[in-house]
Design a protein around this ligand. Structure first.
Ligand code: AMP
Ligand code: GLY
Length: 442
Protein backbone atom coordinates (compact mmCIF):
# COMPACT_ATOMS: atom_id res chain seq x y z
CA UNK A 1 0.00 0.00 0.00
CA UNK A 2 1.56 3.34 -0.97
CA UNK A 3 1.56 6.05 1.74
CA UNK A 4 -1.28 8.48 0.99
CA UNK A 5 0.20 11.34 -1.01
CA UNK A 6 -1.28 14.82 -1.41
CA UNK A 7 -2.83 15.46 -4.78
CA UNK A 8 -0.50 17.57 -6.96
CA UNK A 9 -1.64 21.15 -7.58
CA UNK A 10 -0.90 20.70 -11.26
CA UNK A 11 -1.23 17.26 -12.78
CA UNK A 12 -0.05 15.69 -15.99
CA UNK A 13 -2.51 12.90 -16.75
CA UNK A 14 -2.43 9.98 -19.20
CA UNK A 15 -5.82 8.40 -20.00
CA UNK A 16 -5.75 4.90 -21.50
CA UNK A 17 -8.72 3.73 -23.57
CA UNK A 18 -10.83 4.95 -26.46
CA UNK A 19 -14.56 4.45 -25.88
CA UNK A 20 -17.52 6.40 -24.56
CA UNK A 21 -16.45 5.72 -20.98
CA UNK A 22 -13.05 7.30 -21.63
CA UNK A 23 -14.55 10.30 -23.40
CA UNK A 24 -16.71 10.89 -20.29
CA UNK A 25 -13.65 10.55 -18.01
CA UNK A 26 -11.64 12.93 -20.20
CA UNK A 27 -14.51 15.43 -20.27
CA UNK A 28 -14.63 15.38 -16.45
CA UNK A 29 -10.84 15.60 -16.09
CA UNK A 30 -10.72 18.61 -18.40
CA UNK A 31 -12.87 20.51 -15.90
CA UNK A 32 -10.36 19.98 -13.08
CA UNK A 33 -8.48 23.14 -12.04
CA UNK A 34 -5.49 20.87 -11.37
CA UNK A 35 -5.09 19.67 -14.95
CA UNK A 36 -1.87 20.76 -16.61
CA UNK A 37 -1.91 18.43 -19.62
CA UNK A 38 -4.05 15.48 -20.69
CA UNK A 39 -2.53 12.78 -22.87
CA UNK A 40 -4.74 10.20 -24.59
CA UNK A 41 -3.96 6.84 -26.22
CA UNK A 42 -6.89 6.77 -28.68
CA UNK A 43 -7.06 9.96 -30.75
CA UNK A 44 -9.11 8.20 -33.46
CA UNK A 45 -12.10 8.80 -31.16
CA UNK A 46 -13.06 12.32 -32.32
CA UNK A 47 -14.44 13.24 -28.89
CA UNK A 48 -11.19 12.31 -27.15
CA UNK A 49 -9.07 13.91 -29.88
CA UNK A 50 -10.67 17.26 -29.06
CA UNK A 51 -9.69 16.98 -25.39
CA UNK A 52 -6.21 15.49 -25.22
CA UNK A 53 -2.80 15.22 -26.83
CA UNK A 54 -2.04 11.87 -28.50
CA UNK A 55 0.48 9.74 -26.60
CA UNK A 56 3.17 8.60 -29.10
CA UNK A 57 3.88 5.27 -27.36
CA UNK A 58 1.52 2.26 -27.50
CA UNK A 59 0.40 1.32 -23.99
CA UNK A 60 -0.19 -2.35 -24.74
CA UNK A 61 2.48 -4.37 -22.88
CA UNK A 62 4.49 -5.21 -26.01
CA UNK A 63 7.15 -2.78 -24.95
CA UNK A 64 6.91 -2.12 -21.23
CA UNK A 65 10.33 -0.46 -21.19
CA UNK A 66 9.23 2.35 -23.50
CA UNK A 67 5.82 2.70 -21.83
CA UNK A 68 7.50 3.36 -18.51
CA UNK A 69 10.23 5.49 -19.92
CA UNK A 70 7.78 7.73 -21.76
CA UNK A 71 5.79 8.33 -18.53
CA UNK A 72 9.04 9.24 -16.74
CA UNK A 73 10.16 11.54 -19.53
CA UNK A 74 6.83 13.39 -19.63
CA UNK A 75 6.59 13.52 -15.81
CA UNK A 76 3.17 11.88 -15.81
CA UNK A 77 1.63 12.22 -12.34
CA UNK A 78 -1.49 10.14 -12.85
CA UNK A 79 -2.40 7.35 -15.27
CA UNK A 80 -6.11 6.52 -15.58
CA UNK A 81 -6.90 3.14 -17.12
CA UNK A 82 -10.44 2.90 -18.52
CA UNK A 83 -10.91 -0.59 -20.05
CA UNK A 84 -10.46 -4.08 -18.61
CA UNK A 85 -7.94 -5.44 -21.16
CA UNK A 86 -4.95 -3.29 -20.12
CA UNK A 87 -5.81 -3.89 -16.45
CA UNK A 88 -5.92 -7.66 -16.97
CA UNK A 89 -2.63 -7.45 -18.87
CA UNK A 90 -0.87 -5.68 -15.99
CA UNK A 91 -0.44 -2.13 -17.33
CA UNK A 92 -1.15 -0.75 -13.86
CA UNK A 93 1.75 -2.74 -12.37
CA UNK A 94 4.11 -1.56 -15.12
CA UNK A 95 3.34 2.14 -14.89
CA UNK A 96 3.03 2.66 -11.14
CA UNK A 97 6.11 4.23 -9.60
CA UNK A 98 7.13 6.57 -6.79
CA UNK A 99 6.24 9.55 -8.95
CA UNK A 100 3.38 8.14 -11.02
CA UNK A 101 0.06 7.06 -9.47
CA UNK A 102 -2.20 4.70 -11.41
CA UNK A 103 -5.98 4.62 -11.20
CA UNK A 104 -6.91 0.99 -11.96
CA UNK A 105 -6.18 -2.26 -10.13
CA UNK A 106 -3.12 -4.46 -10.46
CA UNK A 107 -3.11 -7.50 -12.71
CA UNK A 108 -3.74 -9.78 -9.74
CA UNK A 109 -6.67 -7.70 -8.48
CA UNK A 110 -8.12 -7.40 -12.00
CA UNK A 111 -8.56 -11.18 -12.03
CA UNK A 112 -11.82 -10.47 -10.27
CA UNK A 113 -13.12 -9.54 -13.72
CA UNK A 114 -10.73 -11.35 -16.04
CA UNK A 115 -11.15 -14.76 -14.40
CA UNK A 116 -14.72 -15.52 -13.35
CA UNK A 117 -13.61 -18.83 -11.78
CA UNK A 118 -11.22 -16.87 -9.54
CA UNK A 119 -14.05 -14.46 -8.61
CA UNK A 120 -16.33 -17.38 -7.74
CA UNK A 121 -13.68 -18.81 -5.45
CA UNK A 122 -13.18 -15.47 -3.69
CA UNK A 123 -16.95 -15.21 -3.19
CA UNK A 124 -17.23 -18.78 -1.97
CA UNK A 125 -14.49 -18.34 0.63
CA UNK A 126 -15.96 -15.04 1.86
CA UNK A 127 -19.58 -16.33 1.87
CA UNK A 128 -20.66 -13.55 -0.51
CA UNK A 129 -24.16 -14.08 -1.95
CA UNK A 130 -23.89 -15.20 -5.58
CA UNK A 131 -25.37 -17.82 -7.90
CA UNK A 132 -24.39 -21.43 -7.16
CA UNK A 133 -21.76 -22.44 -9.67
CA UNK A 134 -19.50 -25.24 -10.81
CA UNK A 135 -16.21 -24.69 -12.56
CA UNK A 136 -15.03 -27.00 -15.36
CA UNK A 137 -11.85 -27.29 -17.34
CA UNK A 138 -13.25 -30.27 -19.20
CA UNK A 139 -16.39 -29.93 -21.35
CA UNK A 140 -17.36 -33.63 -20.94
CA UNK A 141 -17.84 -33.21 -17.20
CA UNK A 142 -19.87 -30.02 -17.78
CA UNK A 143 -22.05 -31.86 -20.32
CA UNK A 144 -22.68 -34.66 -17.83
CA UNK A 145 -23.64 -32.15 -15.14
CA UNK A 146 -26.14 -30.15 -17.22
CA UNK A 147 -27.69 -33.35 -18.60
CA UNK A 148 -28.38 -34.71 -15.13
CA UNK A 149 -29.42 -31.37 -13.64
CA UNK A 150 -32.15 -30.36 -16.12
CA UNK A 151 -32.74 -26.89 -14.69
CA UNK A 152 -32.26 -23.48 -16.30
CA UNK A 153 -28.63 -22.43 -16.05
CA UNK A 154 -26.10 -19.91 -17.34
CA UNK A 155 -22.98 -21.08 -19.18
CA UNK A 156 -20.06 -18.68 -18.92
CA UNK A 157 -16.61 -18.46 -20.41
CA UNK A 158 -14.35 -17.70 -17.47
CA UNK A 159 -12.10 -15.19 -19.27
CA UNK A 160 -12.70 -11.76 -20.81
CA UNK A 161 -15.28 -11.88 -23.59
CA UNK A 162 -16.39 -8.24 -24.08
CA UNK A 163 -19.55 -8.81 -22.05
CA UNK A 164 -20.73 -11.56 -24.40
CA UNK A 165 -19.39 -14.64 -22.60
CA UNK A 166 -22.52 -15.45 -20.54
CA UNK A 167 -25.23 -17.54 -22.21
CA UNK A 168 -28.53 -17.82 -20.36
CA UNK A 169 -30.17 -21.20 -21.01
CA UNK A 170 -33.70 -22.37 -20.18
CA UNK A 171 -33.40 -25.93 -21.48
CA UNK A 172 -30.79 -28.70 -21.43
CA UNK A 173 -30.51 -28.46 -25.23
CA UNK A 174 -29.64 -24.79 -25.00
CA UNK A 175 -27.09 -25.51 -22.26
CA UNK A 176 -25.44 -28.23 -24.36
CA UNK A 177 -25.27 -25.88 -27.34
CA UNK A 178 -23.79 -23.16 -25.12
CA UNK A 179 -21.11 -25.53 -23.80
CA UNK A 180 -20.31 -26.39 -27.40
CA UNK A 181 -19.97 -22.71 -28.34
CA UNK A 182 -17.68 -21.95 -25.41
CA UNK A 183 -15.56 -25.08 -25.10
CA UNK A 184 -15.58 -26.74 -28.54
CA UNK A 185 -16.24 -24.05 -31.19
CA UNK A 186 -14.17 -21.69 -28.98
CA UNK A 187 -16.33 -18.70 -29.86
CA UNK A 188 -14.63 -16.69 -27.12
CA UNK A 189 -11.12 -18.04 -27.74
CA UNK A 190 -8.98 -18.72 -24.68
CA UNK A 191 -11.61 -17.10 -22.48
CA UNK A 192 -13.39 -20.46 -22.80
CA UNK A 193 -10.49 -22.56 -21.43
CA UNK A 194 -12.44 -22.70 -18.20
CA UNK A 195 -16.20 -22.88 -18.21
CA UNK A 196 -18.72 -22.10 -15.50
CA UNK A 197 -22.17 -23.60 -15.13
CA UNK A 198 -24.22 -21.34 -12.93
CA UNK A 199 -27.67 -21.40 -11.42
CA UNK A 200 -30.01 -19.04 -13.34
CA UNK A 201 -31.18 -16.21 -11.13
CA UNK A 202 -34.09 -13.89 -11.75
CA UNK A 203 -34.86 -10.35 -10.73
CA UNK A 204 -33.84 -6.82 -11.69
CA UNK A 205 -30.20 -6.10 -12.43
CA UNK A 206 -28.40 -3.16 -10.93
CA UNK A 207 -24.79 -1.93 -11.06
CA UNK A 208 -23.19 -0.83 -7.81
CA UNK A 209 -19.82 0.86 -8.26
CA UNK A 210 -17.41 1.72 -5.49
CA UNK A 211 -14.03 3.38 -5.31
CA UNK A 212 -11.54 1.31 -3.34
CA UNK A 213 -8.12 2.64 -2.32
CA UNK A 214 -6.81 -0.61 -0.86
CA UNK A 215 -8.53 -0.07 2.45
CA UNK A 216 -11.23 2.60 2.26
CA UNK A 217 -14.40 2.28 0.23
CA UNK A 218 -16.52 5.04 -1.31
CA UNK A 219 -19.88 3.89 -2.69
CA UNK A 220 -21.38 5.62 -5.73
CA UNK A 221 -25.14 5.82 -5.99
CA UNK A 222 -26.51 2.81 -7.89
CA UNK A 223 -26.84 2.71 -11.68
CA UNK A 224 -28.86 0.54 -14.03
CA UNK A 225 -28.02 -0.24 -17.60
CA UNK A 226 -29.94 -1.94 -20.38
CA UNK A 227 -27.88 -4.66 -22.04
CA UNK A 228 -30.32 -6.02 -24.61
CA UNK A 229 -30.48 -4.38 -28.02
CA UNK A 230 -34.25 -4.19 -28.42
CA UNK A 231 -36.95 -2.14 -26.72
CA UNK A 232 -38.65 -3.96 -23.87
CA UNK A 233 -35.34 -5.75 -23.13
CA UNK A 234 -35.50 -8.06 -26.13
CA UNK A 235 -32.87 -9.45 -28.51
CA UNK A 236 -29.20 -10.20 -28.02
CA UNK A 237 -26.97 -8.66 -25.36
CA UNK A 238 -24.79 -5.67 -26.24
CA UNK A 239 -22.11 -3.73 -24.40
CA UNK A 240 -24.95 -1.56 -23.03
CA UNK A 241 -27.69 0.50 -24.74
CA UNK A 242 -28.21 3.08 -22.02
CA UNK A 243 -27.82 3.71 -18.30
CA UNK A 244 -28.99 6.05 -15.59
CA UNK A 245 -27.89 7.13 -12.16
CA UNK A 246 -29.15 7.21 -9.47
CA UNK A 247 -31.32 4.14 -9.98
CA UNK A 248 -34.23 4.40 -7.51
CA UNK A 249 -34.55 0.61 -7.36
CA UNK A 250 -32.01 0.35 -4.51
CA UNK A 251 -32.89 2.16 -1.31
CA UNK A 252 -30.30 3.28 1.24
CA UNK A 253 -30.90 0.24 3.43
CA UNK A 254 -30.18 -2.17 0.58
CA UNK A 255 -27.13 -0.12 -0.46
CA UNK A 256 -25.79 -0.43 3.09
CA UNK A 257 -26.39 -4.17 2.93
CA UNK A 258 -24.54 -4.42 -0.40
CA UNK A 259 -21.62 -2.50 1.08
CA UNK A 260 -21.53 -4.59 4.26
CA UNK A 261 -22.16 -8.04 2.81
CA UNK A 262 -20.59 -7.79 -0.63
CA UNK A 263 -18.15 -4.92 -1.20
CA UNK A 264 -16.36 -4.95 2.17
CA UNK A 265 -15.95 -8.75 2.37
CA UNK A 266 -14.68 -8.87 -1.23
CA UNK A 267 -11.98 -6.28 -0.59
CA UNK A 268 -11.09 -8.00 2.72
CA UNK A 269 -10.94 -11.45 1.12
CA UNK A 270 -8.48 -10.15 -1.48
CA UNK A 271 -6.37 -8.50 1.21
CA UNK A 272 -6.18 -11.78 3.12
CA UNK A 273 -4.73 -13.30 -0.04
CA UNK A 274 -2.21 -10.48 -0.25
CA UNK A 275 -4.02 -8.68 -3.07
CA UNK A 276 -4.67 -4.99 -2.61
CA UNK A 277 -7.56 -3.63 -4.66
CA UNK A 278 -7.22 -0.05 -5.86
CA UNK A 279 -9.59 1.39 -8.45
CA UNK A 280 -13.27 1.03 -9.22
CA UNK A 281 -14.98 -2.14 -8.11
CA UNK A 282 -18.10 -2.66 -10.20
CA UNK A 283 -20.55 -5.17 -8.77
CA UNK A 284 -23.20 -6.47 -11.17
CA UNK A 285 -26.10 -7.56 -8.97
CA UNK A 286 -29.36 -9.40 -9.44
CA UNK A 287 -32.03 -8.41 -6.94
CA UNK A 288 -33.47 -11.87 -6.26
CA UNK A 289 -36.35 -12.67 -3.89
CA UNK A 290 -33.63 -13.93 -1.50
CA UNK A 291 -31.76 -10.60 -1.62
CA UNK A 292 -29.05 -9.13 -3.86
CA UNK A 293 -26.66 -11.65 -5.41
CA UNK A 294 -23.50 -11.02 -7.41
CA UNK A 295 -23.63 -11.82 -11.14
CA UNK A 296 -20.18 -10.49 -11.91
CA UNK A 297 -17.41 -8.17 -10.82
CA UNK A 298 -15.77 -5.66 -13.14
CA UNK A 299 -12.56 -3.88 -12.25
CA UNK A 300 -13.37 -0.59 -14.06
CA UNK A 301 -16.17 1.90 -14.62
CA UNK A 302 -19.10 0.48 -16.57
CA UNK A 303 -19.70 1.67 -20.10
CA UNK A 304 -22.24 3.37 -20.33
CA UNK A 305 -22.68 3.70 -16.52
CA UNK A 306 -19.63 5.98 -16.43
CA UNK A 307 -21.31 8.57 -18.65
CA UNK A 308 -24.13 9.44 -16.18
CA UNK A 309 -21.67 9.20 -13.26
CA UNK A 310 -19.23 11.70 -14.76
CA UNK A 311 -22.08 13.99 -15.82
CA UNK A 312 -23.21 14.19 -12.18
CA UNK A 313 -19.75 14.60 -10.61
CA UNK A 314 -19.43 18.10 -9.14
CA UNK A 315 -16.14 17.75 -7.22
CA UNK A 316 -12.61 17.63 -8.66
CA UNK A 317 -12.22 14.40 -10.68
CA UNK A 318 -8.42 14.42 -10.45
CA UNK A 319 -8.62 14.55 -6.67
CA UNK A 320 -11.06 11.59 -6.67
CA UNK A 321 -8.91 9.48 -9.00
CA UNK A 322 -5.73 10.42 -7.19
CA UNK A 323 -7.12 9.61 -3.72
CA UNK A 324 -8.25 6.20 -4.97
CA UNK A 325 -4.89 5.46 -6.56
CA UNK A 326 -2.78 6.56 -3.61
CA UNK A 327 -4.82 5.55 -0.57
CA UNK A 328 -6.41 8.77 0.67
CA UNK A 329 -10.12 8.19 0.00
CA UNK A 330 -11.21 8.89 3.56
CA UNK A 331 -10.11 12.51 3.15
CA UNK A 332 -11.23 13.07 -0.42
CA UNK A 333 -14.00 15.51 -1.19
CA UNK A 334 -16.34 13.73 -3.61
CA UNK A 335 -19.71 15.26 -4.45
CA UNK A 336 -22.44 14.71 -6.99
CA UNK A 337 -25.28 16.70 -8.48
CA UNK A 338 -28.52 15.50 -6.86
CA UNK A 339 -30.28 15.37 -10.24
CA UNK A 340 -30.55 12.25 -12.41
CA UNK A 341 -28.41 11.60 -15.47
CA UNK A 342 -29.52 9.28 -18.25
CA UNK A 343 -27.37 8.14 -21.18
CA UNK A 344 -28.99 6.80 -24.36
CA UNK A 345 -26.61 5.04 -26.75
CA UNK A 346 -26.98 5.68 -30.49
CA UNK A 347 -25.82 2.68 -32.53
CA UNK A 348 -24.98 1.70 -36.11
CA UNK A 349 -27.53 -0.40 -38.05
CA UNK A 350 -26.73 -4.08 -37.50
CA UNK A 351 -25.13 -3.74 -34.04
CA UNK A 352 -24.42 -5.96 -32.08
CA UNK A 353 -23.92 -7.96 -35.28
CA UNK A 354 -21.98 -6.62 -38.25
CA UNK A 355 -22.35 -2.97 -39.24
CA UNK A 356 -20.87 -0.48 -41.67
CA UNK A 357 -18.62 2.38 -40.63
CA UNK A 358 -17.95 5.81 -42.13
CA UNK A 359 -21.50 7.29 -41.99
CA UNK A 360 -21.46 11.08 -41.61
CA UNK A 361 -22.79 12.28 -38.24
CA UNK A 362 -24.63 15.61 -37.94
CA UNK A 363 -26.64 17.41 -35.28
CA UNK A 364 -24.47 17.08 -32.16
CA UNK A 365 -24.44 20.87 -31.63
CA UNK A 366 -28.22 20.97 -32.02
CA UNK A 367 -28.53 18.24 -29.41
CA UNK A 368 -26.22 20.00 -26.95
CA UNK A 369 -28.06 23.29 -27.57
CA UNK A 370 -30.95 21.84 -25.55
CA UNK A 371 -28.91 22.65 -22.43
CA UNK A 372 -30.38 25.41 -20.23
CA UNK A 373 -29.73 26.60 -16.67
CA UNK A 374 -31.88 23.74 -15.34
CA UNK A 375 -30.84 20.85 -17.55
CA UNK A 376 -27.84 19.75 -19.54
CA UNK A 377 -27.14 17.61 -22.58
CA UNK A 378 -23.67 16.29 -23.36
CA UNK A 379 -22.86 13.92 -26.19
CA UNK A 380 -20.03 11.46 -25.54
CA UNK A 381 -18.27 9.82 -28.47
CA UNK A 382 -17.83 6.03 -28.40
CA UNK A 383 -17.28 4.87 -32.00
CA UNK A 384 -16.57 8.02 -33.98
CA UNK A 385 -13.66 9.33 -36.03
CA UNK A 386 -12.81 11.95 -38.67
CA UNK A 387 -12.62 10.94 -42.34
CA UNK A 388 -10.07 12.35 -44.77
CA UNK A 389 -12.30 15.41 -45.38
CA UNK A 390 -12.45 16.10 -41.66
CA UNK A 391 -16.13 15.05 -41.37
CA UNK A 392 -17.25 13.35 -38.20
CA UNK A 393 -18.17 9.76 -39.10
CA UNK A 394 -19.22 6.52 -37.39
CA UNK A 395 -16.45 4.12 -36.46
CA UNK A 396 -18.09 1.46 -34.28
CA UNK A 397 -21.28 -0.29 -33.21
CA UNK A 398 -21.97 1.97 -30.27
CA UNK A 399 -21.44 5.43 -31.75
CA UNK A 400 -22.58 8.09 -29.26
CA UNK A 401 -23.68 8.23 -25.62
CA UNK A 402 -26.25 11.02 -25.55
CA UNK A 403 -26.45 11.99 -21.89
CA UNK A 404 -28.93 14.31 -20.19
CA UNK A 405 -28.97 15.67 -16.67
CA UNK A 406 -32.38 16.76 -15.37
CA UNK A 407 -34.65 16.87 -12.34
CA UNK A 408 -35.65 13.21 -12.35
CA UNK A 409 -35.28 10.07 -14.42
CA UNK A 410 -38.37 10.80 -16.48
CA UNK A 411 -37.16 14.27 -17.46
CA UNK A 412 -33.58 13.08 -18.08
CA UNK A 413 -34.68 10.20 -20.30
CA UNK A 414 -37.11 12.37 -22.30
CA UNK A 415 -34.42 15.01 -22.77
CA UNK A 416 -31.85 12.40 -23.88
CA UNK A 417 -34.36 11.03 -26.39
CA UNK A 418 -35.13 14.51 -27.70
CA UNK A 419 -31.39 15.15 -28.07
CA UNK A 420 -31.00 11.85 -29.97
CA UNK A 421 -33.76 12.89 -32.36
CA UNK A 422 -31.62 15.88 -33.38
CA UNK A 423 -28.61 13.71 -34.31
CA UNK A 424 -28.44 11.95 -37.64
CA UNK A 425 -26.37 9.31 -39.38
CA UNK A 426 -27.46 6.67 -41.85
CA UNK A 427 -28.88 3.63 -40.05
CA UNK A 428 -28.79 5.22 -36.58
CA UNK A 429 -30.96 3.57 -33.94
CA UNK A 430 -31.40 3.79 -30.18
CA UNK A 431 -33.70 2.47 -27.50
CA UNK A 432 -36.41 4.96 -26.56
CA UNK A 433 -37.30 3.06 -23.38
CA UNK A 434 -34.17 3.47 -21.22
CA UNK A 435 -35.38 3.64 -17.62
CA UNK A 436 -38.78 2.08 -18.30
CA UNK A 437 -38.06 -0.73 -15.85
CA UNK A 438 -38.35 1.91 -13.15
CA UNK A 439 -40.66 4.42 -14.84
CA UNK A 440 -43.32 1.88 -15.77
CA UNK A 441 -43.33 0.42 -12.25
CA UNK A 442 -43.87 3.78 -10.60
P1 AMP B 1 -21.87 -11.48 -16.86
O1 AMP B 1 -20.92 -11.33 -18.01
O2 AMP B 1 -21.52 -12.54 -15.91
O3 AMP B 1 -22.24 -10.19 -16.22
O4 AMP B 1 -23.25 -11.83 -17.53
C1 AMP B 1 -23.84 -11.01 -18.52
C2 AMP B 1 -25.33 -10.98 -18.35
O5 AMP B 1 -25.85 -12.33 -18.33
C3 AMP B 1 -25.79 -10.39 -17.02
O6 AMP B 1 -25.85 -9.00 -17.07
C4 AMP B 1 -27.13 -11.05 -16.85
O7 AMP B 1 -28.11 -10.40 -17.62
C5 AMP B 1 -26.92 -12.42 -17.40
N1 AMP B 1 -26.54 -13.36 -16.31
C6 AMP B 1 -25.28 -13.62 -15.86
N2 AMP B 1 -25.32 -14.52 -14.85
C7 AMP B 1 -26.61 -14.82 -14.64
C8 AMP B 1 -27.28 -15.69 -13.73
N3 AMP B 1 -26.64 -16.44 -12.84
N4 AMP B 1 -28.63 -15.76 -13.82
C9 AMP B 1 -29.32 -15.03 -14.73
N5 AMP B 1 -28.74 -14.19 -15.62
C10 AMP B 1 -27.39 -14.08 -15.59
N1 GLY C 1 -22.37 -1.76 -18.83
C1 GLY C 1 -21.81 -3.01 -18.50
C2 GLY C 1 -20.35 -3.04 -18.46
O1 GLY C 1 -19.67 -2.04 -18.58
O2 GLY C 1 -19.81 -4.13 -18.28
Amino acid sequence: MPRPRPCPKTARVLLIGGGGREHAIAWAIRKSPRLEKLWITNPENAGLAALGVPCPVAMDMKDTFHMRRWCEKENIDLVVIGPEQPLAAGVSDVLESKTCAVFGPSKQAAQLEADKAFAKQVMRHAAIPTAEARIYRDSEAAILFVTTREEPCVIKASGLAAGKGAIVCDTTEQALEAIHRVAVAREFGNAGDTLIVEEKLSGQEVSVLALVDGRNIWMFEPCQDHKQVGEGDTGPNTGGMGAYCPAPILDNKTMALVEREIVVPTVDALRRDGIEYRGVLYVGLMLTPAGPKVLEFNCRFGDPECQPLMTRLTSDPIEMLWATATGGLERADITFDSRTACCVVMCSAGYPGTYEKGKIITGIEDAEALSTDEQHVVVFHAGTTRNSNGDLVTNGGRVLGVTALAQDLHAARDLANLACSRIHFEGAFYRHDIGDRVLVRT
